[in-house]
Design a binder for this molecule. Sequence first.
Ligand SMILES: CC(=O)N[C@H]1[C@@H](OP(=O)(O)OP(=O)(O)OC[C@H]2O[C@@H](n3ccc(=O)[nH]c3=O)[C@H](O)[C@@H]2O)O[C@H](CO)[C@@H](O)[C@@H]1O
Ligand SMILES: C=C(OP(=O)(O)O)C(=O)O
Length: 431
Amino acid sequence: MDVFKVSRSGPLKGEIEVGGAKNAALPLLAATLLTDEAVTLRNVPDLSDIRFMVEILSHVGSEVENPEPGVWKLKAAELTHIAPYELVRKMRASVCLLGPLTARLRKAEVSIPGGCVIGPRPIDLHLKGLAKLNCEVEITNGYVHVDASKIQGGPVFLGGRSGSTVTGTANIVMAAVLAPGTTRIECAACEPEVVDLCNLLVKMGAKIEGIGSPELTIEGVEKLHGCEHSVIADRIEAGTFIVAAAITRGDVTVKGIPPNLLGAFLDKLEESGVPLKIEGDNIRVLPYEGSLKPVDCITLPYPGFPTDLQAQLCALMTQVEGISIITERIYPNRFMHVPELQRMGADIAIEGPSAIVKGASKLSGAPVMASDLRASAALILAAFAATGETWIQRIYHLDRGYERFEQKLAGLGAKIERLSDKDMPKELLEA
Ligand SMILES: CC(=O)N[C@H]1[C@@H](OP(=O)(O)OP(=O)(O)OC[C@H]2O[C@@H](n3ccc(=O)[nH]c3=O)[C@H](O)[C@@H]2O)O[C@H](CO)[C@@H](O)[C@@H]1O
Ligand SMILES: C=C(OP(=O)(O)O)C(=O)O
């Protein structure tokens, strides 16, 4: 198995390009099932999650081509309505098949993906939404069964415990675009990835109004058609690079990221004193003297601070003098990075949904375990600031969501190497 060996690094210097967003590309790939014509997606990142999604799409009947890096052409002429557990369990985002299969075939059988280490990942709002579209929805033997023979547009309220649902909104929009009548979604998620999905659907012939707002109005059409679309930039990859620059006091320009996608995050960094220079779609992080200021931060649905950058902010705040309080409102247990950061010397206490980070800690390299995608990134960022070597195991979590991560960062001078666990000193290997 692959591991990373990371040593104290920096200041990082240079330019780094942001790729296409995983969290946009996955629902976009699912949306290609909504037409029997070919849809070409560009700027698709090369990630294990993308490869899984393509595998699932070809299992349900899509003809898939990857004519050049970053480009996928998909044609779903004949489809089956069943997405089995052995495929769905590998990736939570495969629940996004529910909407398109329901819309196109008027029936779907999709395995429930189950929870994951960041906490329970319920889909009750997806199911409630489909029921509001006059579908019969039943859970048996671990599968959601949808009978959509009488599907009909209608009012759908998608508000949940902590706001709206991103994949739930994606599913209901995809179900509604081919449903007769008008669907009005209230409390729709406004995340840029949902906007990207709606923009693709409009190119395919869907009628959607209110894109980017919490109220979407969808006029069902009979048929969608093929088109070409380029996936939006990955705001979470960009934010991770920005933290890499800040934690090493580097001078780095992160290229190809519209700053409005990262408003709350950039605001928090500026509050902390990270010098930023924004020019068009490029964000330059400049070096600074002395300590940054601690911050209090709450993760919230867009345009709030993204949950997917919470772990990275935690890593940065371990290097800041004073107490930062980071509260997780989307996934209150999403603190798997904390015990590993503690092993590296961080002073962090978890109180309910908050991490109380006391800095600045002198971090030192240790063997640590990546537990999920963004936790993996946080450990690497902390390792840049730690003395000695940090060995990070289970980096397949990182490979789900970051393309050529170590190569991109090594290009800025980061000391990070992908090795095999066979290269690790034996006494450091997990039991
Ligand atoms: C609003 C938000 O920040 N969503 C994030 C969420 O999207 P993802 O789509 O995975 O999760 P949702 O947006 O659906 O969930 C948001 C919240 O709603 C709850 N919920 C969701 C669906 C449902 O049917 N019932 C229910 O109660 C969830 O438990 C969670 O507390 O994780 C992704 C991966 O980390 C992030 O990229 C998204 O930005
Ligand atoms: C947890 C994430 O993704 P997923 O919803 O695919 O698990 C993420 O992108 O941080």
